[in-house]
Design a protein around this ligand. Structure first.
Ligand code: PTJ
Length: 248
């Protein structure tokens, strides 16, 4: 039991969720390492959403609203930390959720599916009963995609994606939005919109901004999106780290 008065309470609660998800078999062992890396980057931005984070969240909200067929990709870490928000986002956008595991085993797929369904998801793609296709004809586990999901998506939201997988999506003409605390990861550098923030903060903010922009004039949304420059925003994310370190 973690006391709420503990100065690192929020961080310890997340650690606990990740550790329990690993013990239950849903999270990969590497998922714990990835979480630790995320924690380190989160520390460097003061564990709060930065200006660069807010800007990318706005661009992502608009991009998802302008999409014809957006899909949300879910891995072990995302399911462990934010299943409820994933379900809320998919119903807000009326879009599919697809399980996509870097370390795919049928047991883990079943556990992620159960977690999403517990959180209220009615329809989950990328499960063991789904007939997966290969993006760009690449016969590699990195390239698998559900025919009703990522395979036909124009925009894919990938919280915490591995670089190889992100590359396959980009090479296959998908617009990719990632949520990754590391502004220098291969994924952040190659995505169209990189949200440098913790998924536990970024997703509720993204939901809020989608609600705000929903129903607004399409030309206005297109203008907001075209004003966003991902490289410039990643520079800003790095500046945030530098200035936060000097503030301390
Ligand atoms: O569940 P699976 O099998 O699909 O595996 C998922 C992991 C995350 C293990 C896999 O995709 C992987 O190995 O990813 P990487 O290459 O370690 O990249 C994960 C990125 O997510 C790193 O850049 C971390 O800094 C970042 N990260 C970790 N936790 C968070 C995060 N970003 C946002 N929010 C977090 N909570």
């Amino acid at each position: 039991m973690i006391p709420e008065s503990h100065p690192r309470y929020k961080s310890l609660v997340l650690r606990d969720k990740v550790k329990n998800a690993f013990l239950d078999g849903m999270l990969s062992d590497s998922g714990m390492i990835a979480h630790g890396r995320g924690e380190a980057f989160d520390y460097l931005i003061g564990e709060e959403t930065s200006e660069a984070g807010f800007r990318a969240i706005d661009a992502a909200a608009v991009c998802l609203l302008l999409a014809n067929y957006p899909v949300i990709s879910v891995n072990g870490n995302t399911a462990a930390l934010v299943s409820e928000y994933i379900v809320e986002l998919s119903s807000l956008l009326d879009c599919k959720i697809e399980i996509n595991l870097f370390y795919r085993t049928s047991d883990r797929v079943d556990l992620v599916e159960a977690k999403l369904k517990d959180a209220g998801a009615l329809d989950v793609l990328g499960t063991n009963s789904d007939d997966l296709e290969y993006l760009g004809g690449l016969d590699s586990p990195r390239a698998t995609a559900s025919s009703e999901g990522i395979y036909k998506a124009d925009v894919v939201l990938v919280p915490l994606e591995d670089g190889d997988r992100g590359e396959v999506l980009v090479e296959n003409g998908k617009k990719v939005i990632c949520i990754d605390l590391n502004p220098l990861s291969r994924t952040s550098l190659m995505c169209d919109v990189s949200i440098v923030d913790n998924i536990v903060r970024a997703l509720p903010l993204l939901i809020e901004r989608i609600k705000y922009y929903k129903g607004k004039n399409v030309e206005d949304l297109e203008e907001i999106y075209s004003d966003f420059d991902n490289k410039e925003n990643l520079e800003l994310a790095l500046d945030v780290i530098k200035s936060y370190s000097f503030k301390k």
